[in-house]
Design a binder for this molecule. Structure first.
Ligand code: MOS
Length: 735
């Protein structure tokens, strides 16, 4: 049995609201939680594969040029070293995640410092690491590398699809009552997932099994097939537990390809684990950005124009670029618009998707600029935003699907006590601490992705949900269990969800915040099909069917589902496809942030004292896991505002702070009580579940609330992120 739905029109049935088991929406604990906290969930490095050898990557110590010699013969056969893999197919850059391809970048061509050029394989990890350390590489260096995206002589391109020139912004700026015209900068970021990347490859003839840590197996097996030049049908990838991804595991990275090549060459399984510095240097970075923002408004603060012209960077030949203006296109009105992205081609670690590519940095800056405009116009920042919410998409003239932006602003202001905030920058002092309040808006595009899932209702009254979808810490195991439990009328402990195996029906993968809605819709459709089969067995309409606590019936009569099934299993595949509703409606999620900070008047140290986020993301599938996603996003917002920054060496482009000692993500003491409020919402255009993506929403603008609060505390605008102490010192009263 297969049930298929394409979202070509709104699904107004809101069926989940009628289900009586009552699981969806509840803060249900993760079924995988006990396994994880007791160390019984198998992560990529923990598989017990017999007879395994170990590989350690050797990486380029020049930024650009060619490898002219690898002295493999000096180390092979000694100290346990079995082989040095220099195969042309060895992946030189990570794959981008949705392209279904991972072409090798050309034999021996070096494009950035830290690029993998060989793999040393040995009987033990320590022997492999030693071999990698002593292996001699000779290069023919090309002195023509580029490291500075803003330098005059750096090559830059303007992707055609991302240039908008509507009306006459220059004129709007001249005629405006109030304007902002500023340049902001955000630094590069690393995903910094807790679990470093790892792959274990084993071959059985021409069939490859790869155990690893990946976000999107549906694309990842195609990438791996492309890289190895084999067919995807010969690959099985297993990724049941993933210790965080944030974009760094959207595509396969060098460990996957090198492990597969090595295992083939030596004829036994090979494990390749990346060290933390290797994660920094050979997986994705978020591009640094330079953002030129121009805003013009009338006396009432109504925007007449928006300019958002951005410079980002990536390696030569990479299609991906940080889509900085993504939310700027639809969030606020203003007739005259100039939005553009320019890509500098530089020799630094590959740029790619990092949590909320586009909005994470674009909203961060745009919400600072709105704060500056509010001050210039003498209008409350919350009010200014409300005055600029357009009726229809300001460029495409299409309607919005559900949008609770104004409600999020109002609810946030009320709960935070915005009316009692400090209004004069630099005027609220408690001893050595300057106290300030700031707010920002949140917005992130919503996407539905094609997905399949199989649901089987077993004769014994249990159900099994199967898809190659992953759970990267987001709560997939929980929410798919909840959806199936509700639809089939089973308590959660009678539903088992199996994920992370590429042999299972193709899910959407975990990326772009689309996982829960897309995989969940596929499960929902499969369950609807099973409900129809049960209804038929009972001689009734599916719509009249009442399933709860393992019983099935209509009206007052109910019988155990096991009695109805009478020994037979019911299995169905659900298949969801995105359709016209993605084109015809602007679909996005919205929210607001409010923050209170204290800045030390002597040292410039900033402490975030409290932070509130209010979000609308359609139906919330699990209150607890959705809230946790928002915590995570907002904590990263604190990091973006205050500490996180990739530092590159000017001479060779290498990452100087390539570990978690020097790349400063917020720790417990940096994070205050965070309050998250999820608004009640249904989006009938988004999916049959009426849910939208929430995984990335919490970071989209969060940093701006913190830096706007720093301005309110000190009167200092930091436009060059992060707002570290040194950037505040000169402007502080007691410094
Ligand atoms: Mo996300 S950056 O699509 O994991």
């Amino acid at each position: 049995m297969t049930a298929h739905q394409k979202m070509d029109k709104a699904d107004t049935r809101n069926r989940l609201d009628d289900m009586v088991q009552g699981l969806v929406g509840k803060p249900m604990d993760r079924p995988d939680g006990p396994l994880k906290v007791s160390g019984r969930a198998t992560y990529a490095h923990e598989w017990d594969v017999p007879d395994m050898a170990y590989g350690v990557l050797v990486r380029a110590t020049i930024a650009k040029g060619r490898v002219s010699d690898v002295a493999s013969s000096e180390i092979v056969g000694k100290n346990g070293v079995r082989a040095v893999i220099t195969d042309d197919r060895l992946l030189r850059r990570p794959a981008q995640g949705t392209a279904d391809a991972a072409p090798p970048q050309g034999a021996r061509q070096v494009d950035y410092f830290g690029q993998p050029i060989a793999l040393v394989v040995a009987d033990s990890f320590e022997q492999a690491r030693h071999g990698a350390n002593v292996l001699k590489i000779r290069y023919a260096a090309d002195g023509n590398a580029a490291f500075d995206p803003e330098a005059e002589d750096t090559d830059r391109e303007r992707p055609e699809d991302d240039q908008l020139d509507q009306g006459d912004l220059d004129r709007a700026m001249q005629d405006a009552a109030f304007t902002v015209d500023q340049v902001y900068r955000t630094p590069g970021h690393n995903s910094a997932a807790m679990e470093p990347h790892c792959a274990i490859a084993s071959w059985d003839g021409d069939k490859l099994t790869l155990r690893g840590s990946y976000q999107m197996l549906n694309f990842n097996i195609n990438e791996l097939a492309d890289a190895l030049q084999i067919v995807p049908e010969h690959i099985r990838m297993l990724s049941p537990y993933v210790g965080g991804g944030f974009g760094s595991k959207l595509g396969i990275s060098p460990e996957a390809v090198s492990a597969a090549l090595a295992a083939k060459e030596i004829g036994q399984p090979v494990c390749v684990a990346l060290s933390r510095p290797q994660v920094f240097e050979t997986t994705m970075r978020r591009s640094e950005t330079r953002q030129h923002v121009r805003l013009s408004c009338d006396e009432q603060g109504v925007l007449t124009g928006i300019g958002h012209e951005c410079l980002v960077s990536n390696l030569p030949g990479e299609d991906f670029y940080e889509p900085v203006t993504q939310a700027t296109h639809f969030l606020y009105g203003g007739k005259h618009r100039k939005l553009g992205i320019e890509v500098a081609r530089i020799n630094r670690t590959c740029g790619g998707s990092v949590r909320a590519p586009g909005e994470a940095v674009g909203m961060q800056v745009m919400e600072n600029a709105l704060d500056e405009l509010a001050e210039a116009a003498g209008i409350d920042p919350v009010e200014l935003r409300k005055r600029n919410v357009p009726d229809r998409h300001p460029e495409q003239d299409i309607p919005y699907s559900s949008r609770r932006f104004v409600e999020a602003l109002d609810e946030g202001a009320k709960r935070f006590g915005w009316d009692k905030r400090n209004r004069t920058p630099g005027s609220l002092r408690e001893g050595d601490w300057l106290v300030g309040h700031g707010m920002a808006g949140a917005a992130r595009v919503n996407i539905l992705s094609e997905a399949k899932a199989r649901v089987t209702l077993l004769a014994d009254g249990h159900a099994v949900v199967e898809t190659d979808m992953t759970d990267i810490g987001t709560g997939t195991y929980a929410i798919l269990t909840q959806i199936a439990g509700d639809m089939l009328g089973l308590p959660a402990d009678r539903v088992e969800t199996r994920l992370g195996d590429s042999d299972l029906p193709r899910g959407p993968g975990s990326g772009g915040s689309w996982g829960a809605s897309s995989a969940g819709s596929a499960v929902f459709l499969a369950c609807e099909e099973i409900r129809r089969a049960i209804a038929k067995m009972l001689g009734t309409d599916e719509a009249k069917l009442r399933l709860a606590e393992g019983n099935a019936g209509t009206g007052d009569t109910a019988r155990p589902i096991t009695a109805i099934l009478d020994g037979q299993d019911l299995s169905a595949i659900g298949h969801i496809e995105p359709g016209q509703t993605l084109e015809e409606m602007q679909q996005a999620t919205y929210g607001s942030y409010f923050a209170e900070v204290a800045v030390n008047a002597v040292t410039g140290e900033t402490r975030v004292r409290r932070m509130l986020g209010v979000f609308g993301a359609g139906r919330i599938l699990n209150q607890k896991t959705a809230t946790s996603q928002c915590y995570g996003g907002m904590i990263w917002g604190i990091g973006s505002a205050l500490t996180e920054e990739l530092v590159f060496d000017d001479r060779d482009g290498h990452i100087v702070n390539n570990d978690l000692a020097e790349y400063h993500i917020p720790v417990n003491l940096d994070v205050p009580q965070i309050d998250v409020v999820l608004l009640e919402e249904r989006d009938e255009w988004a999916s049959p579940l009426q849910s939208k993506g929430i995984g990335e929403l919490g970071i989209c603008g969060a940093a701006a609330a913190v830096t706007n609060a720093i301005y309110n505390a000190t009167g200092i605008r930091v436009r060059d992120y992060p707002a570290t102490l040194d950037k505040l010192l000169a402007g502080l009263p007691d410094a």
